[in-house]
Design a protein around this ligand. Structure first.
Ligand code: FBP
Length: 339
């Protein structure tokens, strides 16, 4: 019985199109997929295993650490550190760059990831996910003390990016700069099979996703933008509907398939986080590469996320991402223009 195109086949096909390919990148992606399968299995039985709830610790983001966060983080680090393709890693859950232990060979790739996005939804069985971005090291240095600059490359330097969603089914969506493709985990076979080939996001959508409880903390241009989405357009008669899961990967994935815009504006709710909540390196940059490859756009409100020069590993930024026309309109509003 033909079971369709597996993710490994798909990656190998893409590799064949790249004459310089050595197999290193394919090996890296393959191992990341194994880690995601382990996480998916644990998430699916989370309600039964003593893995729900918080650990009692506070992470570098000053957030309560969930047990599954730690589990996912450990699974990815332990799986990826010994494959010989990485020179370092960066995780949302770890303050500094993660070195590759001396006992393991090092490679030329840098893996940045959010091990479990949507932590606030873990205990209530709402879709959560893993987000990743992969860069290539440009310098000869292997010592971790020289690698922070290599990790802080602009998003357009990513050689691949994507995410896994652990929801009603487990899905992987990735791009190597050659279109965006989605795969669904076939549990009884244990294989990711091609289910969404060459995903294209609609030019404009009918969905806006934002946590409106932050409205009081926004500036006037941001308020005007959200008011615009909530009001039927007199000229075009167009109106939007609101959808907000509270898991970036789930909100992003829905809008990627149906069209629309996800927004996490800067706000003055928390004096320490006036630049927005979401992380440039492990959340915004990977999704920005995916949406661009699917024909969409990702902005920090004034310009492309992918062109930003990162300043620090856990830098937070405002995020507007999704259908190109909707995000460009958001930029116009944030500059004070009105429709
Ligand atoms: P983490 O769960 O990885 O910390 O991600 C942040 C996040 O949960 C996003 O997934 C989501 O979009 C956002 O925060 C929700 O924030 P809020 O609860 O403020 O709306």
């Amino acid at each position: 019985m033909p079971i369709g195109t597996t993710i490994t086949q798909h990656i190998l096909n893409q590799q064949r199109e790249n004459p310089e390919a050595t197999g290193a990148f394919t090996h890296l992606l393959y191992e990341l997929i194994v880690a995601a399968k382990v996480i998916s299995k644990e998430v699916n039985k989370a309600g039964l295993a003593d893995i729900l709830g918080a650990t009692g610790d506070i992470n570098v983001q000053n957030e309560k650490v969930q047990k599954l966060d730690i589990f996912a983080n450990r699974v990815i680090i332990e799986r990826m550190q010994h494959i010989g393709q990485l020179c370092c890693m960066g995780s949302e859950e770890v303050a500094d760059l993660i070195d590759i232990p001396e006992k393991y060979p090092k490679g030329n790739y840098i893996l940045l990831f959010d091990p479990l996005d949507g932590s606030s939804n873990i205990d209530v069985n709402i879709s959560i996910g893993t987000i990743f971005g992969i860069y290539k090291k440009n310098c000869k240095e292997t010592d971790i003390s020289f690698l922070l600059n290599e990790a802080l490359q602009p998003g357009y330097e990513q050689v691949a990016a994507g995410y896994f969603i652990y929801g009603s089914s487990t899905i992987m969506v990735y791009t190597t700069g050659n279109g965006v493709h989605g795969f669904t985990l076939y549990p009884s076979v244990g294989e990711f099979l091609l289910s969404h080939e060459n995903i294209r996001i609609p030019e404009s959508g009918k969905i806006y996703s934002v946590n409106e409880s932050n409205y009081q903390y926004w500036d006037d241009n941001t308020k005007a933008l959200i008011d615009h989405f909530k009001t039927k357009n007199k000229k075009t008669g167009k109106s939007y509907t609101a959808r907000y899961v509270g898991s970036l990967v789930a909100d992003f994935h829905r809008n990627l398939l149906k069209g629309g815009i996800f927004m996490y504006p800067a706000d003055n709710k928390d004096p320490k986080k006036t630049t927005g909540k979401l992380r440039l390196m492990v959340e915004a940059n990977p999704l920005a590469m995916v949406v661009k490859q699917a024909g969409g756009y990702a902005s920090n409100g004034t310009g492309p996320i992918l062109d930003m020069q990162p300043q620090e590993l856990h830098q937070r930024i405002p995020l507007y991402i999704g259908s190109k026309e909707d995000v460009l309109m958001a930029e116009r509003f944030l500059k004070g223009e009105r429709e």
